[in-house]
Design a protein around this ligand. Structure first.
Ligand code: SP5
Ligand code: ZN
Length: 341
């Protein structure tokens, strides 16, 4: 397995997020990536594949906003991290407003994802990390690439940030894989939270399968996406599969959903797999409520690897920092073992 990591991903370091009515320490910290890297060993740096594969997924106005947002925040006389406080409800007029607060609302959907000084730099290199892993697998260096991405990506839509995510690394890699003729491409999202950004990006797309196992949005973030009755829209109807599970889910309850997810990937005639992997399904995750153990991550990796598809594994969430490196290593070890089995 080839592993990609870029040091510039560590620069993004917001201080706090709004949660349950108060400010709390930002959970998506740089040391998450450092502890994973320490546990899995050396990685290749990302290569710069340019902005074009990012712009193939994300809206041009959103990218201009994201790159300038922290500068615009300072220019408005603010200090600290940029964060919005007013959001359009459901519909919104496409008015091109200049005030930073309006633009933060227009291009985000929550108050848990501040933009810090280096956020654009880190998000850009996080996307390049996913693209480099894809490039390595496409060139045949290895059948599987692990993209140690940070910040994470699966909550970011074509024109919005949220959930600690800015650029949708998995979607960018998936679109690039398809563009290189490696499809049909499927995205399997096994972060604790529903990958609403990825779902939105490909909802109407009949050639991209999105399958997600996640906490029931009736009780858990991101609330407004990920319900079992969301199947995709228009020509993409039937190429989205949501498998929400209740809080308290352990391996015994998780495995049947995994069976269903893997069966859907097989039925799609998938030729290339993108895995959005979050370790926040761990029993001791501080912001999540599933009960997977370290040994379950080995099984999970084995089961996904048994699909025997060229794959890019993209790092998403996981906040039990003391256990995070070992949990990710367990998943990747299981994956390696499952390929050989
Ligand atoms: C990629 C990913 O896993 N994003 C998760 C976003 C979840 N945001 C909502 C829950 C926020 C809980 N924040 C608690 C912070 C404790 N200091
Ligand atoms: Zn998550």
């Amino acid at each position: 397995m080839i592993t990609i990591f870029d040091q510039r991903q560590l620069l993004h370091a917001p201080v706090r997020e709004l949660h349950n009515g108060g400010w709390t320490a930002y959970a998506e910290t740089p040391d998450r990536a450092e502890t994973i890297l320490a546990a899995i060993g050396p990685a290749l740096p990302a290569r710069d594949m340019g902005v074009a594969p990012i712009a193939a997924v994300h809206d041009a106005g959103y990218l201009r906003f994201l790159e300038a947002a922290h500068r615009d925040w300072l220019a408005a006389g603010r200090d600290g991290d940029a964060i919005g406080y007013a959001w359009p409800v459901v519909g919104r007029r496409d008015v091109d407003l200049t005030r930073i607060d309006a633009r933060l609302g227009r291009y985000s959907y929550d108050a848990s994802t501040p933009i810090a000084e280096h956020s654009w730099m880190s998000a850009y290199w996080s996307a390049q990390t996913a693209l480099t892993a894809l490039d390595e697998v496409a060139r045949g260096s290895d059948g599987v690439g692990f993209a140690l991405c940070r910040p994470c990506g699966h909550h970011a839509g074509a024109d919005y940030l949220g959930g600690y995510c800015f650029l949708n690394n998995a979607a960018i890699a998936a679109a690039e894989a398809r563009g290189r003729g490696l499809g049909p491409v499927a995205i399997l999202d096994i972060d604790y939270h529903h990958g609403n950004g990825t779902q939105d990006i490909f909802a109407a797309d009949p050639d991209m399968l999105f399958v997600s196992i996640h906490a029931d949005p009736a009780t858990d973030y991101p609330f407004y996406w990920g319900h079992a009755d969301e199947h995709g829209s228009g020509a993409g109807a039937g190429t989205t599969l949501n498998l929400p599970l209740p809080r308290g889910t352990d391996w015994a309850a998780y495995e049947p959903a995994l069976d269903q997810a893997l069966a859907a990937v097989k039925a799609f005639d998938t030729r290339f797999l993108i895995v959005s992997f979050g370790a926040d399904t761990f029993v001791d995750d501080p912001i999540s409520h599933f009960r997977l153990q370290r040994s379950d991550f080995v099984r999970l990796g084995q089961r996904v690897a048994a699909l025997a598809l060229p794959s890019v594994i993209v790092m998403e969430g996981g906040y039990a920092t003391a256990d995070l490196g070992d949990n990710v290593a367990a998943f990747l070890d299981g994956f390696e073992g499952g390929r050989r089995a």
